[in-house]
Design a protein around this ligand. Structure first.
Ligand code: KG4
Ligand code: ZN
Length: 378
């Protein structure tokens, strides 16, 4: 619908430069430039390399998204950007770009939370988020169980990993198996040829006295590494497919078990799974099976919306506009440890009042200072 908010979202919290454009719950563009290949030889994301890549990719990616969406920057109702959590230097590039564009164009700026965005993106796939929704967020940087009654204002953490993130465990096991980086997609592929019951790897924090919603993957990672080392020391071949399948099963078994338990304990009927690891085929299948048995409706966005992207930021920004949340101030800063309980960074001053609505009012004066022409032409 034409009266739904048209928002551009910028994501630079890790190694993906994402720019998405949405109108309400409709995805119009999802442009992503990834520097993942530049990090592959280091086996992990190098912050300085990521920041530089964001800087180079930013303007071309914004232009690509506008072209893909078939809209002009002046049509936008707001610009949203990941304010945190993430890599400080990488976030800074996105926040600076968003501010420059918003200021030059006279649009409200919304600094939003990366984790809440991972949840909100599902609106682009399955429509309005049910309230409440339980979210299992699993990626290279985070693994959490979150309960939200309103994605723009209320996100409550129930549990999180106490050591490695789920994606990190995939990446580390892949490294021990010499499968390259990132590890998730390769292990997912190898696991299809293997037996998930071949090796009994530990299920972390699943004892009766353990925190019911917290996760731990570092013991599992060590157990896998030891098992592989023992094979190699004995001069035996490492069965990559069976190790992949058994390791993956241990991860997804724990993730789904805890997520469903949280839904049951809290009386929540809707579970969404987001973050890069939600692209995992076995996680999707097992979650489907267990949710069905428990009478829970499962929502998982398509893989491209699960990994980091700008559309998720735009989706949350559009929801902020739709629910009339206060825009951020011009001195919005990148916050590498922005708490998950803060879906966005509302402004305290009235610096944004003149940018409300569709009028361009006083902002003409500012356009001379931060030239939109220069930004586009660079
Ligand atoms: O959300 P994301 O793109 O970036 C972060 O915020 O971390 O997630 C990347 C993580 C990596 O650890 C990667 O190995 C993992 O998601 N991943 C997968 C799969 N695809 C990506 N893990 C398991 N199975 C997959 N198919
Ligand atoms: Zn992420």
């Amino acid at each position: 619908m034409a009266d739904e908010p048209l928002v551009l979202g910028i994501e630079t919290s890790c190694d993906e430069t994402g720019v998405g454009i949405v109108r309400g719950h409709t995805l119009l563009a999802d442009a992503v430039a990834s520097s993942v290949d530049e990090h592959a030889r280091y086996g992990g994301v190098v912050p300085e390399v990521a920041s530089r890549a964001h800087l180079e990719a930013m303007i071309p990616t914004i232009q690509r998204a506008l072209k893909e969406a078939g809209v002009s920057a002046s049509d936008l109702d707001g610009i949203a950007v990941t304010a945190g959590p993430g890599l400080a230097g990488a976030l800074l590039v996105g926040v600076s770009a968003a501010k420059a564009y918003a200021y030059a164009l006279g649009k409200p700026l919304y600094g939003v939370n990366h984790l809440a965005s991972h949840i909100c993106v599902d609106q682009l796939e399955h429509g309005a988020l049910p309230e409440p929704t339980m979210a299992l967020l699993v990626s290279g940087g985070h693994s959490s169980l979150l309960l939200s009654t309103d994605i723009t204002s209320d996100v409550r953490p129930l549990g999180a990993t106490i050591d490695d993130a789920a994606g990190e465990a995939f990446d580390k096991v892949a490294r021990v198996l010499n499968l390259g980086f990132p590890g998730g997609p390769v292990i997912d592929r190898w696991a299809r040829e293997g037996n998930p019951d071949a090796i009994a790897f530990p299920r972390g924090l699943t004892g009766p006295r353990d925190a019911p919603y917290d996760f731990s993957f570092s013991g599992l990672k060590t157990a896998v590494a030891r098992w592989i080392e023992a094979k190699r020391n004995a001069g035996e071949e490492v069965p990559v497919a069976d190790v992949s399948a058994s390791f993956q099963e241990a991860v997804v078994d724990v993730l789904t078990r805890k997520a469903i338990r949280a839904c049951k304990d809290e009386g929540v009927e809707h579970l969404m799974i987001g973050g890069g690891v939600a692209a995992n085929s076995r996680l999707r299948a097992l979650a489907e099976e267990r949710c069905e048995a428990a009478g829970i409706t499962l929502r998982v966005p398509r893989p491209k919306l699960c990994t980091d992207n700008g559309a998720m930021v735009a989706a949350l920004g559009a929801e902020m506009v739709a629910r009339d949340r206060a825009p951020s101030d011009w001195d919005l800063s990148a916050d590498s440890s922005l708490p998950v309980t803060e879906p966005h960074v509302p402004g305290t001053s009235h610096a944004h009042d003149h940018t409300h609505g569709h009028g361009h009012g006083h902002t003409h004066e500012h356009v001379h200072e931060v030239s939109a022409g220069n930004l586009h032409g660079a």
